[in-house]
Design a protein around this ligand. Structure first.
Ligand code: AHR
Length: 621
């Protein structure tokens, strides 16, 4: 029995309640949402020392014809490693190069997805003591199938580093392609900063279209970035430092993320995160390092330079284009400030020796310079008041399905007087329950999220974690969106979030379920407005966590809106034959929401809920 009624003073759900958390984990950005196709484009991934590891670059041609090595002769001061290619064979003669030439190739992040008709922009830097005659192209993984052949790059004036640009139009498709740069001419050639990007990215901003659209479809109210542990680092020397990630991409040093153990060239940097939030229409939430990593910490007496670094980062985002850092942002193509109003001081660092002391220094400085910015503490205030000022507190929960579902009432008991909660990471992670993303996990999370919605006077923001996983580098399981070079699909937890995407800014109604004998049902109700046709809907969400079908008698009382219309209402359900069912590349739509028209609607109606299901009833008012 669901009783949905509007109070005299309805509660408005925060515009930011449901959002997304992007962390550079599982190659979410590098090889994922960030559309750069070349992996290790600056040859720095093996470290700054030489000889460096150029993986995954490979060599085309026998050792007797070509050798490659690394030296520190790059023109880019912050990333000095360059690739040196010495070619012994020549055009014709007794030591003629093979027909296809010799050279180097890059297979991207486990294969480049090259699509017929699409155009790819290649940029690289080259130098030689003599002249160069290079052939660039895109081929299959063996170099046999030619997908795109660029114009020959013939230059005699490359004694100094020279930028080369080419457009490659694909004449065929192959999701396991590679970039090749070959030559048939004897000589020594150096390469650095080799980039290949599809021209077709979201608004040309560098975001891979299919993955971007999956985010956009969630209508996220906020975007938390760039981590997670990625922000902290195992060691401070490997933490994300925003200043290293802005400006011309060629000059960014890149860094090794030592928590998730892979190199990022930081093409997806501070600017791009802010741009992503803007493109998604989501409020950016910048999580910054507070001088604390997993294994080392900056003492509070020495934290001020770190505080200044963050103030500079805020000026970069918000300062006008005449300010020092605002002018850098403007030069990158965004003269208007970004709408940055939330920052989180660290990630999961509460309780570490210097956290509180450092936090206060950041808090005071940010409060003074930007009084409107909401500062989020890592310390949990859900059960006891904080001993420091904060606008919100961060709360993470990773658990088994039963505990997650039962957690729906967790925030019923949170203090109404303290800072609001930011549930920035939640997910069912117990292997047995979640697999690589099961219906069971999604239903348990739906129960928990219904609890967040009902407590949205105390909870201001919430996001599932992690967002993305590249199947070739699964560092954390499960995740919301699974992808490889060419394809992507949502796990049931991704689709579960769709049931809540109209909640931001909606009116929360009071609901009761009576009786609910085995506590296997949870429900909430909102009024939301379709922005396109301005129709208003009463949305009742119900999760049936049990293994039995349930007939629900719905009674809607006290709505001051027009009463429920007899047509135009829909029912959407997320369920499957087996509660452990998952989606996969071979069956990506196995567990997805199914929408149907709802007949016989009215203020009183009966609905049969399938076992293990999540429903959204959208009743046109
Ligand atoms: O979401 C994965 C990780 O879980 C995050 O990096 C961290 O904040 C948490 O421990």
């Amino acid at each position: 029995f669901v009783n949905a009624s509007s109070d005299a003073s309805p509660m408005i759900i925060p515009e930011t309640l449901f959002g997304i958390f992007f962390e550079e984990i599982n190659h979410a950005g590098a090889g994922g949402l960030w559309a750069e196709l070349v992996s290790n484009r600056g040859f720095e991934a093996g470290g700054q020392n030489i000889p460096s590891n150029i993986d995954p670059w490979g060599v085309i041609g026998d050792h007797s014809l070509i050798t490659v090595s690394t030296d520190r002769s790059s023109c880019f001061d912050r990333n000095k490693v360059a690739l040196k290619m010495e070619v012994v064979c020549d055009v014709g003669g007794s030591n003629a190069c093979p027909d296809g030439g010799v050279g180097i190739f890059n297979p991207g992040f486990w294969g480049m997805n090259i699509e017929e008709g699409k155009v790819y922009k290649l940029v690289f830097y080259v130098r030689s003591e003599g002249s160069v005659d290079l052939q660039v192209g895109l081929t299959d993984s063996n170099g046999v199938q030619k997908l795109a052949i660029g114009d020959r790059v013939v230059r005699s004036d490359v004694v100094n580093w020279t930028k080369v640009e080419a457009r490659l139009e694909a004449k065929g498709s192959n999701y396991n392609s590679r970039l090749q740069i070959t030559t048939k001419r004897k000589g020594v050639v150096w390469f650095d900063q080799v980039s290949l990007m599809p021209v077709d990215t979201y608004k040309g901003h560098g975001f891979r279209n299919d993955l971007f659209e999956m985010l956009k479809d969630l209508k996220p109210g906020f975007l938390r970035f760039p981590g997670g542990c990625f922000v902290e680092g195992e060691w401070l020397r490997n933490a994300f430092r925003w200043k290293e990630t802005i400006g011309n991409w060629e000059e960014r040093p890149g860094h090794f993320g030592d928590v998730w153990m892979y190199w990022t060239d930081d093409g997806f940097g501070h600017f791009e995160f802010l741009q992503l939030a803007e493109d998604l229409g989501a409020a950016p939430v910048w999580v910054f390092n507070n001088g604390v990593s997993h294994n080392d910490q900056v003492d509070t007496t020495a934290i001020l330079p770190f505080v200044q670094e963050i103030l500079d980062g805020l000026e970069f985002a918000r300062g006008d284009s005449s300010s020092k850092w605002g002018s850098v942002r403007a030069a990158m193509g965004h003269p208007e400030p970004f709408d940055l109003k939330y920052v989180a001081v660290g990630n999961e660092d509460c309780g570490k020796k210097n956290y509180r002391g450092n936090y206060l220094k950041f808090y005071e400085a940010i409060r003074q310079a930007y009084p409107d910015i909401k500062v989020i503490s890592n310390c949990d205030a859900s059960r006891a008041p904080l001993d420091h000022p904060a606008d919100m507190y961060d709360y993470h929960i990773y658990t088994d399905a039963k505990t997650m579902f039962a957690g729906s009432n967790y925030f019923d008991h949170a203090s109404p007087s303290g800072p609001k909660a930011f549930v920035s990471e939640y997910a069912v992670t117990n292997n047995n329950d979640a697999g690589t993303g099961s219906l069971l996990a999604a239903l348990a999370e739906a129960g928990f999220v219904i609890g967040l919605e009902k407590n949205s006077d105390l909870v201001e923001m919430a996001s599932y974690a992690p967002l993305f996983v590249h199947t070739n580098d699964r560092r954390w399981n499960p995740d919301a969106i699974v992808f490889n070079a060419s394809h992507s699909y949502g796990t049931p937890s991704y689709w579960m979030q769709h049931f809540f995407k109209e909640s931001n800014g909606a009116i929360l109604l009071s609901t009761s379920l009576d009786p609910n004998p085995s506590n296997q049902l949870l429900a909430s109700a909102i009024i939301w407005e379709n922005q396109e046709n301005k129709n208003k809907y009463l949305r009742i969400k119900v999760v049936n966590f049990g293994s039995e079908a349930v007939t629900l008698k719905i009674s809607i009382q006290g709505l001051t809106l027009n009463s429920i219309k007899s047509s135009g209402s829909t029912s959407t359900v997320l369920t499957s034959a087996n509660v452990k069912d998952e989606n996969s590349f071979t069956d990506p739509m196995k567990v997805v929401p199914l929408k149907s028209l709802l007949e016989d609607v009215g203020n009183d109606m009966d609905i049969t809920l399938s076992p293990h299901s999540l429903y959204s009833l959208d009743l046109l008012t």
